[in-house]
Design a protein around this ligand. Structure first.
Ligand SMILES: Cc1cc2nc3c(=O)[nH]c(=O)nc-3n(C[C@H](O)[C@H](O)[C@H](O)COP(=O)(O)OP(=O)(O)OC[C@H]3O[C@@H](n4cnc5c(N)ncnc54)[C@H](O)[C@@H]3O)c2cc1C
Length: 406
């Protein structure tokens, strides 16, 4: 593991920092009402376009498609530097992190020409239509049907938990094309226009008050065969490209951390004196510090692999398992410390701008999205530690013969 920037990395970091200092939008002090607010969306699009013009959006993508033509280590360094600034919300993460890389890897040349540049510039937004009511962790159990009708396909079914479907232009859709084949072999990937007749998006109301994800229903949605990504029946293989990118894209928790809990504990008085004198709380903070340091060094390991031109392996699953639980534990303890103020969620009134209130409400979702804790632990057990595989009884059974419980 190498902790220091090489001279080349240090030079790139200095250049990126100087550019960000000159161009990053200044915080307005206004409360961000989220991406449903057209003003926030405009700010996000403008920031993405400015980065694309300077070669800092999609740094590893080819220049011909609007990328920066750079290396993965440059992308990591720019991300670290950008995180120091209060930039607009990022509605492009799913498209740029997962969907468009899938089009670039498995799509045809016409699709690459059509979609990659507008996505990199923030002009078009994508969502990922994989999960269904009975296909989440086991996404290969997808039941949304795509039936061939001469040059078209007709889609019927339902997706769920589709983040950003309500403001997306396009979606990456995993559909069942052959129910007679085993479940991993009868799937095909398509792109769809989210505004086409036959697509209905229904927002899901969350406990935070926001509606970031949706149910998406397809009723006789007719699409062209040219919207297929990869071969018929190869949808599972194509989806692995998306899912591998997803594990890398959904990294850590971010937001408020153990330093803020420490500060809070120093400021809050209990009947027994300052909260920080409580030995149980001090022990917890020390434990969170150790976990945060462990995460930091795991990230250094990824960074070292990238700067040596290697691809980070399944060990990157560790980051999300640890950071999401850490975020949830710290937020619960911080809200307890805040006592009656802990229930205030308005960022203008809540302590620390409501950072821990937000963290407590988003942590459970983070422990599920992009692979639940249990699924990631299975990956670590099987692929990092080399333990025996999970039992998979339905692997070679025709999909239509798998019992559904009905
Ligand atoms: C914030 C958020 C955003 C999301 N955005 C999207 C999106 O944009 N597009 C999309 O397609 N999906 C999205 N999802 C859905 C997400 O991918 C699924 O929720 C996730 O894969 C889990 O599936 P599930 O909810 O059906 O739970 P299930 O798979 O039904 O799991 C239920 C429980 O069983 C456990 N379990 C399941 N299988 C095993 C096993 N083999 N071994 C041990 N335990 C197991 C799980 O860990 C979990 O605790 C999002 C989810 C969240 C929370």
């Amino acid at each position: 593991m190498d902790f220091n920037d090489t001279p080349e990395e240090a030079a790139y970091r200095a250049e990126a920092r100087a550019w960000l200092q000159a161009h990053a939008p200044r915080p307005t002090g206004k409360i961000d009402n989220g991406l449903d607010d057209p003003v926030s969306m405009d700010a996000s699009r403008a920031w993405q376009r400015e980065k694309a013009d300077a070669g800092y959006a999609c740094i590893t993508w080819p220049k011909q498609w609007g990328g920066g033509g750079g290396a993965a280590w440059q992308s990591v360094i720019f991300g670290q530097e950008e995180a120091r600034f209060e930039t607009p919300a990022n509605p492009f993460a799913i498209g740029l992190g997962m969907c468009v890389p899938t089009v670039m890897t498995a799509g045809n040349e016409a699709d690459k020409e059509r979609f990659v540049r507008p996505a990199a510039r923030g002009e078009e937004i994508w969502c990922q239509l994989f999960s269904e009511p009975a296909a989440g962790s086991d996404v290969a159990a997808a039941r949304t049907r795509a039936v061939r009708d001469s040059e078209d396909w007709v889609i019927n079914g339902q997706k769920v938990w589709t983040s950003g479907a309500h403001y997306s232009d396009f979606g990456l859709l995993l559909a069942r094309t052959d129910p007679d084949a085993p479940k991993h072999k009868g799937l095909t990937m398509f792109w769809i226009d989210m505004k086409a007749p036959g697509v209905e998006v229904r927002p899901i109301h969350q406990m935070s008050g926001a509606s970031n994800f949706n149910e998406v229903y397809f009723t006789d949605l007719r699409i062209k065969d040219s919207q297929r990504i990869g071969e018929v029946g190869e949808g599972w293989r194509v989806s692995l490209v998306t899912l591998m990118n997803e594990r890398l894209a959904i990294g850590g928790g971010g937001g408020a951390g153990h330093r803020q809990v420490l500060k809070l504990a120093g400021e809050i008085a209990t009947l027994a004196g300052p909260a920080i004198r409580d030995a149980g709380l001090r022990e917890k903070i020390a434990d969170w510090y150790v976990q945060a340091e462990g995460l930091k060094y795991t990230r250094y390991r990824t960074m070292t692999a990238l700067s040596r031109g290697q691809t980070p392996g399944p060990e990157s699953s560790i980051g999300k398992v640890v950071s999401a639980t850490l975020m949830q534990d710290m937020a619960a303890a911080a809200l307890e410390l805040e006592d009656q103020f802990g229930i205030i969620s308005d960022p203008r009134l809540a302590p620390l701008g409501g950072a821990f209130q937000t963290a407590l409400m988003s942590a459970p979702g983070l422990r599920i999205a992009g692979g639940t804790d249990e699924i990631l632990r299975n990956i670590i057990a099987e692929r990092v530690l080399g333990l025996p595989q999970d039992v998979r009884l339905d692997k070679s059974v025709a999909f239509k013969d798998i019992p559904t419980g009905r």
